[in-house]
Design a protein around this ligand. Structure first.
Ligand SMILES: [Fe+2]
Length: 266
């Protein structure tokens, strides 16, 4: 979640329909067209299966009630239309209710290649396909309930686990590494980088390590964690994650693998 945004979400009408402009629909269409061949070659099967089920419109921004019909039938999830920025508390409350927050704005042309804030392309194209998958849906629900009851300090640790799984996770499939993280799958640069980069490190996911790994939201990730298989998300959901948070707090964070952000002189 970004701390500030230059964007404002659009509101739906009484039928849940958002009236996107021609320019906004054209941005969606161009993003979709660019990203589809990349994910077809690199995303895990569970994501591609979800994308097929959602059958997202290619020429205009999809409407959330259409996505909800599929999600509700598959896993009991739905989307929630939210402002560009929501608090940790609102975020965890929604996940605990099996509602996935979708900020209802789309990037402008000048931000076509990169936008720090999660827009509707990131939320819908990046995350919604996997919300049709029972293992992913279950883990995300359990995670939301944990976060809802966690202290502000513990939520910062939980955010790292989310980052290295739901946002930037990789998964082993028949000896091959595939992508399931929505932060990667909605970014053309990172969809290639995450699998191909010689500089990036890739390690098996150890939840305790993920909780202890600092990250930056505004760079290509220097480290990705790999699930041994997709259904490992069920095992992860059964772990005593809050006990691992406690252990992570006592052990402390790993040294960052990235340079500190340079503060601009005022
Ligand atoms: Fe996200």
């Amino acid at each position: 979640m970004a701390k500030s945004s230059q964007y404002q979400s659009k509101s739906s009408d009484q039928n849940g329909v958002i009236h996107w402009t021609n320019e906004e629909n054209a941005i969606w269409s161009a993003l979709y067209e660019r990203q589809l061949p990349l994910v077809e070659a690199r995303a895990c099967k569970e994501y591609m299966d979800g994308l097929a089920l959602l059958d997202l419109s290619k020429d205009k921004v999809p409407q959330l009630p259409d996505i909800d019909k599929v999600l509700l039938a598959q896993t009991g999830w739905k989307t929630a239309e939210v402002p560009a920025l929501i608090s940790f508390g609102e975020f965890f409350q929604l996940l605990a209710n099996k509602e996935f927050p979708v900020a209802t704005f789309i990037r402008r042309q000048q931000d076509f290649d990169y936008l720090q804030e999660p827009d509707i392309f990131h939320e819908v194209f990046g995350h919604c396909p996997l919300l049709t998958n029972p293992a992913f849906a279950h883990f995300t629900h359990v995670y939301g309930k944990l976060g809802l009851n966690a202290s502000p300090e513990d939520r910062v640790y939980l955010a790292r686990l989310y980052w290295f799984t739901v946002e930037f996770g990789l998964v082993k499939v028949a000896g091959e590494t595939k992508i399931y993280g929505g932060g990667i799958l909605s970014s053309p640069g990172e969809t290639k980088y995450a699998l191909d980069s010689k500089e990036a490190q890739r390690e098996p996911l150890e939840p305790l390590n993920a909780l202890r790994t600092p990250y930056r939201i505004d760079i290509m990730q220097p480290l990705y964690y790999i699930l041994p298989e997709f259904n490992y998300l069920y095992e992860l959901a059964e772990m005593d994650i809050m006990a691992l948070v406690k252990e992570a707090k006592s052990l402390g964070l790993f040294d960052p693998l990235f340079p500190p952000k340079i503060k601009q002189a005022v």
